[in-house]
Write a protein that binds this ligand. Structure first.
Ligand code: DC
Length: 222
């Protein structure tokens, strides 16, 4: 069974997708981590990120492995490095390249073959798995998303102004929604879940109920 979760940055997708996969006993695929790994690979190799051909070469030559809770790039554990501010601001270069996307989409499909999977990103229900058994779209208000991002950063010892985060998220939304291929978009058959004011466990409860309804044959609770 394939469950897709799409939505904007800061909607809390990764946390709830991971927990949902655990509850269901499914694999979890963090596709944003793949784009981040390619961007980090390019930064590490000293590649000019605006050089599309060089970026595509990196995507074609590195090996991205997702293991439970860890991300490896050609064998090196890069789990922490791919979450740095430098990678967050550079990753759109990788996500904007159609050839980079195609390579990662192929990898995502290969990983989902014959597997029960919860996959999370921007284009999972629209481009990568249009035939998914259950599609979810998560969002939250800009303020709530910025607060969550701020808490995550504080936990890593990084302080940042809330208004600045609201601004950064709005710029990322703009980029994610306007890329010609793989843009952030709710699939017409996805169930929208608004996560404002809900704990991650409460969100997972809702998602689990929707997935179980999908399994039973298409009926989705409100
Ligand atoms: O979810 P995230 O912040 O880790 O994603 C990192 C970047 O990758 C973000 O700018 C959007 C992009 N992305 C994408 O274009 N398609 C996906 N399936 C997942 C992420």
């Amino acid at each position: 069974m394939i469950v897709t979760i799409d939505g904007p940055a800061g909607a809390g997708k990764s946390t709830v997708a991971r927990k949902l996969a655990q509850r269901l006993g499914f694999h979890f695929l963090d596709t944003g981590a793949m784009y981040r790994a390619v961007a980090y690979g390019a930064l590490r190799a000293g590649v000019d990120l605006s050089d599309a051909a060089a970026l595509i070469r990196i995507a074609e030559t590195v090996r991205v492995d997702l293991q439970p809770g860890r991300v490896r790039l050609s064998g090196d554990d890069v789990t922490n490095q791919i979450r740095s501010a430098a990678v967050t601001s550079a990753v759109h270069h990788a996500a904007d390249q159609v050839d980079v996307r195609q390579r990662l989409v192929d990898l995502q499909r290969a990983l989902a073959e014959d597997a029960d999977i919860v996959t999370e990103g921007r284009d999972q229900g629209t481009v990568v798995f249009p035939q998914a058994d259950c599609k979810l779209y998560l969002s939250a208000s800009p303020h709530e998303r910025a607060r969550r991002r701020q808490r995550e950063m504080e936990q890593r010892g990084e302080g940042v102004d809330l208004e600045q985060l609201v601004q950064q998220l709005s710029e990322r939304d703009q980029r994610d929604a306007s890329r010609p291929v793989g843009r952030l978009q709710q699939a017409s058959d996805a169930t929208f879940v608004e996560t404002d004011g809900l704990s991650s466990d409460e969100v997972v409860d809702r998602l689990e109920a929707i997935v179980r309804a999908c399994r039973r044959g298409g009926h989705r609770p409100e």
